[in-house]
Design a protein around this ligand. Structure first.
Ligand code: C2E
Ligand code: CA
Ligand code: CA
Length: 475
C-alpha cells in the first residue's frame, strides 16, 4: 500500500475516533438538553450553508427513530463526502470553497422530500436523514438523484468546477437502532465506498463490519506473532530439468495461528504490507533461510540455492542492497546461494532505483528471479533493463500447458524470449509427468511443484536434500 494511502487510513481512523467522541459528547449534551439540564437554545445553524446544526440533526434523527420504532417504518442515514474539497479550498481560496458548499447544500436539498433532513457535520461532509425511505431501492433512487445533481459542473464566479463524491448508507433497523450507531455505521460504509473509487456508494452491512473487525483482530495477532517470531519457513525443492539435480529450494513463510490454525501467506503477507511490518518479517525470513542453508551444508548436504520472496515494500524500502548484504554477512550465507523472487508488478515503480539495486546485487552474485511471470504486462524491452537471471512461469500456465493451446503458446513464447535475453526459465506448480515432458520439450530449464515435492518443514527439507545430494531426481 502506498504511504499516502496508509497515512489516509491512519487519519481516517483518528478522525473516526474523534468523531465518535464528538458524537458521544453531543449525544450527552442533547440528552441533558432534553431533560432540561441545559437551558437556552442550541446552536441553530451551520453559518456557511445555513443548514441545521449537527445537534439539531441528531435530535431530529433521535425523534425519527422513536417514531420508526413505534410505526415499524424503516429509515436511512446517508453520509456523503466531497472529493478533493481541501485542494479546492487551498488553491482557489475559502471564498470559492464556501460558495461550493452552499451550492452543494442547495442541490442536495433539491433531491430531498419535505420530511427529509440534511446537515453538514464536517468541512466537506453532509449527513442526510430519510425517515420514510428505508428500503434499499428507495434509498438507491435518492442516491442516484444526488449523484446526478452533483455531476453538473459548478459555476463559481469565473471558475467552473467538477466535483466527485462518495456516500455511505446505513438503514434502521438492520444497521443499528440508535442515532450514534446509524451515523457511525454510515461513516464506516462511506470509508468502504471511498476505497471503491470516486462517485460510489455502499450500504453498511453487519457482515462487512464483521470482516473489518476480524481483520483488526488478525492484525493484532500478526503483530504479536511478529514480536514472538511465531512463524516458520517451509522449503520447496527445485529441480534442473536437463540433469535431474536438485538445484535449489524456495523459502515459503508459514503462520500457524493459535486458534485459527494455519493462515495462508496470500492472506497475511498483504496484511503485513498494509501494517508496515513487512520489513521485520522479511528480515526474519531471509535470516532464517540463511541459517537453514548453513545448517544443511553442516549436515553434509551439497549446498543449493535458496530462493526468498521479496514483497514490493521490501524492494522499494530504499536500503535494499545494504540490508541484504548485512544479513548475508551476519548469517555467513554466500551471495551466490541467494536468489530473490520479485513479482512483475513490483518492477513498475521506481524503475531507476530498482535497476541500480539489481545491478549492485548481481555484481555480488545474488540472483534475481521474476515470479508469477505471464500474469503482468511487462514488455520485452522493459524487462531487458533489469539484471534478472530467471523467469518463473506462473503456475496458472504450467497447470494448463498440456490442455490449453493458449497456455502452451504463452509458455513457449516466455521460454524463447527469456533464452534470447540470456535468462533461465523455471516452471512453477508442476503437478504431472505430462507437464514435465511437455516443458522439457519446450526447453524449460527448471521446475518446482508438488510432483517433485510440496513445501517441506526444515527438518524434512534437510533429509530431502541429504537424500538427493549428488543424485539424479527421477523425472
Ligand atoms: P509464490 O511465491 O508463487 O509461491 C508458490 C506457491 O505455490 C506456494 O504457496 C506453494 O505452496 C504453491 N505451490 C507449490 N507447488 C505447487 C503446485 O504444484 N501446485 C499448486 N497449485 N501450488 C503449488 P504458498 O506457500 O501458500 O505461498 C503463497 C504466496 O505467498 C507465495 O506465492 C508468495 O507470493 C507469498 N509468500 C510466501 N512466503 C513469502 C515470504 O517469505 N515473503 C513474501 N514476501 N511472500 C511470501
Ligand atoms: Ca515465489
Ligand atoms: Ca509464483
Amino acid at each position: 500500500m502506498h504511504d499516502a494511502t496508509r497515512t489516509r487510513r491512519h487519519l481516517e481512523k483518528e478522525i473516526g475516533t474523534l468523531r465518535n467522541r464528538v458524537s458521544f459528547l453531543e449525544n450527552a449534551v442533547a440528552k441533558m438538553r432534553r431533560r432540561g439540564d441545559i437551558n437556552g437554545p442550541p446552536p441553530l445553524i451551520d453559518h456557511v450553508t445555513g443548514l441545521p446544526s449537527r445537534i439539531q440533526f441528531y435530535n431530529t434523527l433521535h425523534d425519527a427513530l422513536v417514531s420508526s420504532k413505534k410505526s415499524g417504518e424503516k429509515l436511512a442515514v446517508i453520509f456523503l463526502s466531497l472529493d478533493r474539497f481541501k485542494l479546492i479550498n487551498d488553491t482557489l481560496g475559502q471564498f470559492v470553497g464556501d460558495a461550493l458548499l452552499q451550492e452543494v447544500a442547495k442541490r442536495l436539498g433539491m433531491c430531498l422530500q419535505k420530511h427529509d433532513n440534511l446537515c453538514r457535520p464536517g468541512r466537506d461532509e453532509f449527513l442526510l436523514l430519510l425517515p420514510r425511505t428505508g428500503d434499499r431501492d428507495g434509498v438507491a433512487r435518492v442516491v442516484e438523484r444526488i449523484f446526478q445533481a452533483l455531476s453538473d459542473s459548478f459555476q463559481l464566479g469565473c471558475q467552473e468546477l467538477i466535483i466527485n463524491s462518495n456516500m455511505g448508507i446505513c438503514a434502521y433497523p438492520e444497521g443499528g437502532d440508535s442515532a450514534d450507531a446509524l451515523i457511525r455505521n454510515a461513516y464506516a460504509a462511506l470509508l468502504k465506498a471511498r476505497d471503491l473509487g470516486q462517485n460510489t456508494f455502499r450500504f453498511f452491512s453487519p457482515q462487512s463490519y464483521e470482516s473489518e473487525f476480524s481483520r483488526l483482530l488478525l492484525e493484532n495477532d500478526l503483530r504479536r506473532a511478529l514480536d514472538r517470531r511465531d512463524f516458520s519457513l517451509n522449503y520447496q525443492p527445485q529441480v534442473n530439468l536437463q540433469n535431474g539435480r536438485v538445484v535449489g529450494v524456495e523459502a515459503l513463510v508459514r503462520w500457524d495461528h493459535q486458534t485459527l490454525g494455519p493462515i495462508s501467506p496470500d492472506r497475511f503477507i498483504p496484511l503485513a504490507e498494509d501494517m508496515g511490518i513487512m520489513a521485520p518479517l522479511g528480515e526474519w525470513v531471509l535470516r532464517t533461510a540463511g541459517e537453514h542453508h548453513l545448517a544443511c551444508t553442516g549436515y553434509g548436504c551439497q549446498p543449493v540455492r535458496y530462493a526468498v520472496n521479496l514483497s514490493p515494500t521490501q524492494l522499494h524500502s530504499g536500503n535494499l542492497v545494504p540490508w541484504i548484504l548485512a544479513i548475508l554477512n551476519e548469517t555467513g550465507l554466500e551471495p551466490g546461494y541467494l536468489e530473490l523472487e520479485i513479482t512483475e508488478g513490483a518492477l513498475l515503480r521506481n524503475r531507476q532505483a530498482t535497476v541500480a539495486a539489481f545491478e549492485a546485487l548481481h555484481a555480488r552474485g545474488v540472483q534475481i528471479a521474476l515470479d508469477d511471470f505471464g500474469t503482468g504486462y511487462s514488455s520485452l524491452a522493459y524487462l531487458s533493463q533489469f539484471s534478472i537471471s530467471k523467469l518463473k512461469i506462473d503456475k496458472a500456465f504450467t497447470n494448463a500447458v498440456t490442455t490449453d493451446e493458449r497456455s502452451a503458446a504463452i509458455s513457449r513464447a516466455i521460454i524463447s524470449m527469456a533464452h534470447s535475453l540470456g535468462m533461465r526459465v523455471m516452471a512453477e506448480g508442476v503437478e504431472t509427468q505430462e507437464q514435465v515432458d511437455y516443458l522439457r520439450d519446450l526447453g524449460c530449464d527448471e521446475i518446482q511443484g508438488y510432483l517433485v515435492s510440496c513445501p517441506l518443514p526444515p527438518d524434512e527439507t534437510m533429509q530431502f536434500l541429504a537424500r538427493h545430494s549428488g543424485a539424479e531426481f527421477p523425472l
